[in-house]
Design a protein around this ligand. Structure first.
Ligand SMILES: *[C@@H]1O[C@H](CO)[C@@H](O)[C@H](O)[C@H]1NC(C)=O
Length: 393
């Protein structure tokens, strides 16, 4: 190889090196831009309160995941991704004084801790009017994600069932569980009696279906606390855009609901929870069926526990008018699903420590029991018992 060739080769190597360095540099810029979708704030003269606010915001969502999670109930990745989504879809806009991150943070502090707007003033240095305006805007933006975040369950057999001799094949078509959960409500005195739930207190009864990934697959909020779960389910099924169980699939329900296509309750007047069995092993097919039904169902009920652990607003005395209370519950369900895309976190009770707290509301919907489905259940219970082997549960 002659000198010229060498020089040319070296030039190529150098050029390639330069290109690589440039690419790497561009990549860091673009990833950083993607992570934060960094939007430089419009510069204006900062007042003392602006300096204070920016430092508070930095502490809340810029320093680390621990602060972000404690205060905003989610890590920085779900938080920034959510803000970016709102930005890209034009559901929220940065204003001169308030970036989208700040608007969303205000909302999350309120629903995560049930703070009142006036308690937010020292953190954000904003008037109650401004906080309230952004709260509404974010509530609306989250609501717009409803159809995309609350999706019907998957048609695949969930690994939790597929890989379990206790559950497979009996529960292979089971897509999750349905339950009515009560959240605190505040309504005007003349209608308050309708909202008195069975456990006392004024409540809103929220019907929700959850899948085995603990995500909500359907939510119907707004019913008064005195309404029975079976009635709310009937309403959900009758609505035009209402609740649909995928063909051939079913949800687990508690003993207050009827047995019928799509809905599988345990046997009534039969031991149900593991705690009710104590040392005693299931004596017959109905008991064994109930025990497996309950152990599958309570793992899903963790979704409701996570929901209430994370969003303190749903379990405390409300400060908002009733229509907003309903929208807030929905928004919290949407956010719950959003956050679970990043996996379970410490608001979700761990499965091995969780014993459940699911009692039926006492009213039993016997009229709608479907004979065909009662017989199908008997068939499964019989097989389960015959095939129990050494495992008694
Ligand atoms: C009971 O379920 C079967 C099978 O899914 C269905 O064909 C039948 O119409 C149901 N009966 C009633 C009374 O709903």
């Amino acid at each position: 190889m002659d000198d010229n060739g060498k020089t040319r080769d070296m030039l190529i190597v150098q050029a390639a090196g330069l290109v690589a360095v440039l690419c790497a540099y561009m990549a860091t810029i673009t990833t950083r831009a993607r992570i934060r979708n960094y939007r430089a704030p419009i510069r204006y003269v900062m007042l003392e309160r602006d300096v204070a606010r920016l430092s508070n915001l930095r502490f809340i969502y810029e320093t680390n995941d621990i602060n972000c999670h404690d205060l905003l109930r989610m890590n920085r990745a779900p938080f920034y991704n959510l803000c970016n989504l709102f930005h890209d879809r034009k559901l929220l806009e940065d204003s001169i004084h308030t970036c989208i991150e700040e608007q969303v943070a205000m909302f999350l502090l309120v629903v995560g801790h049930n703070h009142r707007f006036r308690e937010m003033k020292p953190i954000f240095r904003r008037s109650i009017e401004v906080i309230s305006r952004y709260f509404k805007a974010v509530l609306y933006a989250i609501g717009e994600l409803r159809d995309e975040m609350i999706q019907p369950p998957s048609n695949e057999v969930h690994p939790k069932i597929l890989h379990s001799r206790r559950f497979y094949p009996y529960f292979k078509d089971c897509v999750g569980a349905i339950d009515g959960t009560h959240v605190a409500a505040k309504v005007p005195a003349p209608i308050a009696s309708a909202f008195r739930g069975r456990k006392g207190g004024t409540t809103q009864n929220v019907m929700a279906a959850v899948d085995f990934d603990l995500k909500f697959t359907y939510v119907l909020a707004g019913w008064e606390g005195s309404a029975h779960d079976a009635l709310i389910l009937a309403d959900a099924l009758e609505r035009n855009d209402g609740f649909v169980v995928p063909a051939g699939k079913f949800y687990l329900v508690d003993a207050g609901y009827a047995v019928r296509p799509g809905f599988l309750p345990p046997y009534r007047a039969t031991r149900y929870h593991l705690t009710e069995f104590g040392e005693r092993v299931p004596q017959n097919e109905k008991e064994l069926f109930n025990l497996r039904h309950s152990s599958l169902r309570i793992t899903v009920e963790r979704a409701f526990a996570a929901f209430k652990n994370r969003w303190r607003i749903v379990d405390n005395k409300p400060h908002h008018p009733y229509p907003s209370q309903v929208k807030i519950v929905l928004a919290c369900c949407i956010l719950h699903n959003w956050i679970l895309q990043w996996g379970e976190d410490e608001f979700v009770p761990p499965e091995h420590t969780w014993t459940g707290n699911s009692a039926s509301d006492g009213v039993i919907d016997i009229e709608h029991d479907n004979r065909t489905w009662s017989q199908i259940r008997d068939g499964w219970a019989g097989h389960m018992f015959a095939d129990r082997g050494n495992s008694c549960v």
